[in-house]
Write a protein that binds this ligand. Structure first.
Ligand code: PBG
Length: 329
């Protein structure tokens, strides 16, 4: 690997001028690399602040234009919808997930009607925004049931596909759900709906602000360790990905992002499939707070996002997506 020796070789030569640095640049960011998460809330004409996520908002459906216009103008390929479900609509079984008038369903229809296929829509498949216990599935004696949950997730997937969702993103970590969802989609004529599997989702402390944003924070009494992955493991990530690819995933996700760059890299090296990374809410809040306090400057955002690309990520889900063009400049 050694290609020369000092003083013949001076690596600083290529770093001397801006044009030269640009010439040898190995990785870059553009708005096309991003998925923008959007939080939804019931009501009218509201853009609501979220305490744990400064500069991120919950939008009522009639206000979605504000953020979607911006995303389309910035050439962001896709948005991801997450609902804040009011407490009175939540129950043990998360039945609101199957309500065709729920927030997500109405938002999909609104966006599709107004913007056609100008921007992709991705929806989480999981029950946690809808359950009174905050878990992603059905719970019995404190344990999240697998096969019974998958049945519900299949129906949630079909409903979202029927409403016009382009990319279904199961984030629940139940075994076997990708295969079951793919089969049901095909049977019902949704062959072109894509599946982005959160194949490698760790049980993580970095999801805190998100749970606040979707209103499940106070409800969740335990952790999600009996279904999400142990952060001590990496070989297991490859097993998860290989299963999901066999079951029909079009893309896979690694989540969280920055503490898991090694995982992005090994998945990318082992499978030739689009690997997406999720810069999750806790990562966002960490950066945001440190910048607000003046401990680090704003360039840290692009620096951390580039690390995903360097690790091999095809695209990044980030709460900075709507600001990315400004940040790159
Ligand atoms: C729930 C879900 C979570 C996130 C996306 N979908 C949280 C969780 O699993 O508890 C986290 C996103 C983030 O922290 O930004 N299925």
């Amino acid at each position: 690997m050694i290609t020369g020796n000092y003083p013949n070789l001076r690596l600083r030569r290529s770093r001397k001028y801006d044009w030269s640095r640009r010439l040898v640049q190995e990785n870059n960011l553009s708005s096309g690399d991003f998925i923008l998460p959007i939080f939804l809330i019931d009501g009218k004409n509201t853009k609501q602040t979220i305490k744990t996520m400064p500069d991120v908002f919950r939008y009522t459906i009639d206000n979605l234009g504000i953020i979607i216009d911006k995303a389309i103008k910035s050439k962001i390929p896709m948005v991801a919808l997450f609902p804040y479900t009011k407490k009175s609509s939540k129950n043990e079984l998360g039945t609101e997930a199957l309500n065709e008038n729920n927030l997500v369903c109405r938002a999909i229809q609104y966006i599709k009607k107004k913007y056609k296929n100008e921007i992709g829509i991705m929806c989480d498949v999981a029950l946690d925004p809808y359950t009174s216990h905050g878990h992603d599935g059905l719970v019995k004696y404190g344990y999240v049931l697998n096969d019974q949950t998958v049945e519900v997730l299949v129906n949630q997937s079909l409903l979202q596909a029927q409403m016009g969702c382009d990319v279904l993103a199961p984030s629940d970590m139940m075994d076997g759900r990708i295969g079951k969802i793919r089969k049901a989609l095909d049977k019902e004529g949704h062959q072109m709906v894509q599946i982005l599997s959160y194949a490698v989702k760790y049980s993580s402390s970095f999801y805190g602000p998100f749970r606040d944003a979707v209103g499940s924070k106070g409800l969740l009494k335990s952790d999600k360790k009996n279904y999400q992955m142990d952060f001590r493991n990496s070989n297991e990530a490859l097993r998860e990905v290989s299963l999901d690819i066999k079951e029909g995933a079009d893309m896979v996700m690694v989540k969280p992002g920055m503490p898991y760059l090694d995982i992005i890299r090994i998945v990318k090296d082992n499978f030739k499939i689009p690997v997406l990374a999720y810069q999750v809410s806790g990562e966002y809040s960490l950066l945001n707070n440190a910048i607000k306090k003046g401990f680090i400057n704003e360039n840290s955002i692009v620096e951390s996002l580039i690390s995903f690309k360097r690790a091999g990520a095809t695209a990044i889900v980030s709460y900075y997506a709507d600001r990315i063009n400004k940040l790159i400049k």
